[in-house]
Design a protein around this ligand. Structure first.
Ligand code: SF4
Ligand code: SF4
Length: 386
């Protein structure tokens, strides 16, 4: 991030192009070929990078999870992009993020990324220090100081369901540019789903990564972004416009522009990339579209209502959002306590047994607890427990 911040609405041909490729495994040869194929319609990385550029890769490293669980951007996908970056003449590649839980080093170890330091010449760059940055419309974001000064920033999202926003992709991946627990506090500042989505969009427009790619070779379906199931989709997509990448991901997985809230927020403002008919998609879109993707409980039950409700009534969805419910898998580790922006989780003791309870009167239904729980012990239900 080292450029002047401007709203991304220039509608240039390049800005509306999405390179799409099919990739059925994380075999390095296949991923490399598919990454090349996705970048080719954009002119390849050499058309963007100058010799000796310093490049920052920003993957989705939500938390420590194995690559097979599809929680984080896969190491072979990152390695393939790094290979192309070196070929384009870069002088340095750093991989930066601020995971929701644990240090970057610890998360990178569990995600099998440490080997990329040697195999792909990547240096880890933990995001630790916040620098306040104003967005085009006046939001103030505490962004990672460490991410400034690079010549080129590549956003490497993971295609996953998300209990709050519908689908997470490359726009929401920019949330990781916000340092540490600021992310939790922003949930409290924007408790309504669509306000939160508008904030995420604004954050993306502030960061403006130079290029965005999605790892959907194996995506996540069901109760994402932490507790869902891996779903082989075979998708890799690339664009200078993250909204366009996410729109393509939504189309492939059956999300409408209303159900995917960051896309909806961009469409409200007619931001470039949000108007489907204007996108120039290069690749096997029809072949990759699936009708068997589980969109998760938060969205699944709303598809019909989205179609019949007039626009002014759609905020009704806020009132009917799902409630977090703790199940028997809870090991009382208390991790969710630290990540609850409303501080409504507590331990209760009854008959010498401890259990975690939620004070629902203050619950924001932000699902940070569900996102962070390592045991999958928080489910989302329509009915609030007594
Ligand atoms: S719900 Fe999950 S994160 Fe919270 S205490 Fe139980 S196991 Fe830990
Ligand atoms: S209990 Fe969970 S859903 Fe409710 S406010 Fe806390 S973190 Fe958010």
């Amino acid at each position: 991030m080292n450029k002047t911040i401007t709203p991304n609405n220039n509608n240039s041909d390049l800005d509306l192009s999405v390179g799409l490729s099919a990739c059925r495994s994380y075999n390095q040869g296949q991923v490399l070929e598919a990454v090349e194929e996705a970048l080719e319609p954009l002119g390849g990385l050499k058309s963007f990078l100058n010799k000796n550029d310093r490049v920052l890769l920003k993957p989705n490293l939500l938390t420590n999870a194995t690559p097979e669980s599809a929680v984080t951007t896969h190491p072979e996908f990152i390695k393939a992009v790094a290979t192309k970056v070196w070929e384009a003449g870069a002088s340095q590649i750093c991989l930066g993020d601020s995971p929701a839980r644990g240090s970057l080093e610890r998360v990178a170890k569990e995600c099998d990324l440490l080997r990329l330091q040697e195999e792909a010449g990547i240096s880890l760059l933990p995001f630790k220090t916040a620098r306040k940055v104003s967005s085009p419309t006046g939001y103030l974001f505490p962004l990672a100081e460490e991410a400034f000064g690079f010549d080129f920033v590549i956003n490497l999202g993971k295609l996953k369901t998300h209990a709050l926003t519908g689908l997470t992709g490359t726009v929401k991946n920019c949330y990781g540019f916000m340092v540490g627990m600021n992310k939790v506090q922003y949930h409290a500042r924007f408790p309504l789903v669509h306000d939160f989505a508008r904030m995420l969009l604004e954050l993306y427009l502030t960061v403006q990564p130079d290029l965005s790619l999605i790892d959907g070779v194996v995506a996540m379906e069901g109760p994402g972004p932490r507790s869902g199931r891996p779903k082989p989709l075979g998708v890799i997509a690339a664009s200078t416009n993250a909204i366009a990448v996410d729109a393509v991901c939504a189309k492939i997985t059956g999300f409408s522009s209303k159900e995917m809230t960051t896309w909806r927020a961009a469409a409200e403002r007619k931001i470039a990339g949000s108007q489907w008919e204007k996108l120039k998609i290069h690749g096997p879109l029809e072949e990759l579209i699936t009708t068997s993707f589980d969109k998760g409980a938060s969205v699944g039950g709303w598809s019909f209502l989205w179609r019949i409700l007039p626009a002014r009534m759609r905020n009704l969805q806020e009132h009917f959002r799902l409630w977090p419910v703790i199940n028997e898998r809870c090991i009382t580790c208390r991790l969710c306590f630290e990540h609850c922006p409303a501080e409504v989780l507590k331990l209760e003791t009854a008959n010498n047994n401890q259990k975690v309870v939620i004070d629902y009167s203050g619950c924001l239904r932000c699902y940070c607890c569900q996102e962070i729980c390592p045991e999958g012990a928080i489910e989302l239900k329509r009915k609030k427990p007594e």
